[in-house]
Design a protein. Structure first.
Length: 462
């Protein structure tokens, strides 16, 4: 089937990583631009393949090039709603090609070609060919398919514009529905190939964390292939409407995660947050010092207020783990009125990159938008605190209230030098994504995702 392609094509290469030492060129990614798009169309010329712009043989080793993958499909039973789900498979299928690595989705894609693949005679037309064969095989309802690959800068730019406009149409459609309007949600386990216990729950308000699949896409996919990786999940009993906890969703997550996760709050980063595979567009993270939540996205290059960049944070909370205080999310979820509603929504957000903030102007409540600092306003916890105070961010009331509660024993009649707070046996009293402690012998102990449990909390007057 793949005899015209000079490298192997098989699911066994899916986990292959191409490190910079072994890389011939990089395509798209954070230092360039690119996108992938599947469109249902009329008059598709079946089997047509084209590369617009330089082929690999015309590229220079070690360079980075813009990159677009445009797939047009036609078939009697193909609905437009299936575009997003078919598009999402490009990631997995491109990775079947030995010597080609594909990360992320939509306009976030990031690819690499290995030196060995180039030496074997591999070129981008072979990639287009493999993709067209694999997609047809995976989705028998595709009757005709054509694949175009763009590497010429101006072509990629105009393709990117079309792609973004298409994503927006898909996303806007889902925005009209809300969780209460539907009887069923959907689950997706497409990412279990690398995050074996991860299950995405997709609801009208919570677009999948990869940002590429919404409730409508899932509905079409589950209808087309009920035994496939996307399936229907009934809600069951609403256990908590604000947190977004449903009995049948919990049961399904437990079953599909092989018992690793058995409870999920769809709209909170606390206690039982939605798990994260690795393809999230952004991460929400708790900042314990200020009792607020920060957001960082994949494109943000600097350090977050926790002192680590996006990549390090992603490493801590991906792989399908449920890590309290962190949750991966899509940009679209940040446009939902239910966005982390159990935690206070935007009133609890105390830091986010400027680029995200600008893109969410219509969705962040007017009364709070000017009060949330970006990297341009504050970087450290201290600077954030100052900005929040100066701009009267609602979190300040929360902090003040919490402080008053702690200080209360001192204002009581019997002012003692030491106040004791008895908590339930071994209650979690603090949480820190990173806790650093000096130790003897010139070493420092760093605890990651530390949870501190205590039998008693003692508050001493300084
Ligand atoms: S991130 Fe979630 S919804 Fe997106 S492909 Fe992976 S499992 Fe499916
Ligand atoms: Zn994923």
């Amino acid at each position: 089937m793949f005899e015209d392609i000079p490298v192997d094509v098989s699911p066994m290469y899916e986990g292959e990583r191409i490190r910079s030492a072994n890389m011939f060129v990089e395509l798209a990614g954070p230092k360039s631009s690119g996108a992938e798009l599947v469109q249902v169309a009329e008059d598709v010329e079946d089997g047509a393949l084209e590369v617009v712009g330089p082929e690999l043989s015309e590229m220079t080793e070690g360079e980075i090039y813009p990159f677009g993958i445009s797939v047009k499909i036609q078939g009697e039973k193909l609905e437009k709603e299936l575009e997003g789900v078919i598009e999402r498979r490009i990631h997995e299928l491109c990775n079947y090609v030995k010597g080609f690595m594909h990360l992320n989705q939509r306009d976030q894609i990031w690819c690499r070609v290995s030196k060995e693949a180039l030496e074997a005679g591999f070129n981008l037309e072979h990639l287009a060919n493999a993709l067209s064969i694999l997609l047809k095989e995976e989705f028998p309802i595709i009757e005709k398919i054509s694949v175009s690959i763009f590497t010429e800068e101006s072509e990629v730019e105009s393709f990117l514009e079309t792609a973004r406009a298409t994503y927006e149409v898909r996303d806007a459609r889902a925005r009209e529905l809300s969780d209460e309007d539907v009887d069923v949600f959907y689950g997706c386990v497409m990412c279990q190939s690398f995050a074996p216990s991860h299950v995405c729950i997709v609801t009208p308000d919570r677009t999948a964390l990869c940002g590429a699949i919404n409730w409508f896409d899932c509905r079409a996919a589950a209808k087309m292939d009920p035994d496939g990786p996307i399936f229907e999940v009934t809600k069951g009993e609403v256990l908590d409407n604000i947190k977004g906890e449903y009995s049948d969703v919990n049961v399904m997550i437990s079953e599909k995660s092989q018992g690793v996760t058995d409870r999920v709050y769809l709209h909170s980063v606390f206690e039982y947050p939605h798990t994260s595979c690795g393809c999230f567009e952004a991460v929400a993270f708790y900042i314990p010092e200020l009792d607020g939540i920060g957001i960082v996205d994949r494109d943000f290059r600097g350090e977050t207020p926790l002192g680590i960049p996006f990549s390090a944070m992603a490493g801590q909370c991906s792989g399908g783990k449920q890590v309290e205080g962190f949750t991966g999310l899509s940009m679209e979820y940040m446009r939902s009125p239910k966005f982390l509603q159990a935690d206070g929504g935007y009133e609890r957000i105390i830091w986010l990159p400027k680029e995200i903030k600008d893109s969410l102007v219509e969705f962040i409540p007017e009364e709070v938008i000017g009060k949330i600092p970006t990297e341009e306003d504050a970087g450290s916890i201290k600077e954030i605190r100052k900005f929040l105070r100066e701009n009267e961010h609602p979190i300040m009331d929360r902090l003040k209230q919490a402080k008053e509660e702690v200080e209360e024993p001192e204002t009581a009649e019997e002012v003692s030098e030491e106040a004791e707070m008895t908590v339930a046996p071994m209650t979690q009293v603090a949480y820190a994504p990173e806790l650093s402690m000096p130790a003897g012998g010139g070493v420092r102990i760093i605890l990651k995702n530390a949870k501190v449990y205590a039998e008693k909390v003692i508050i001493k007057r300084k």
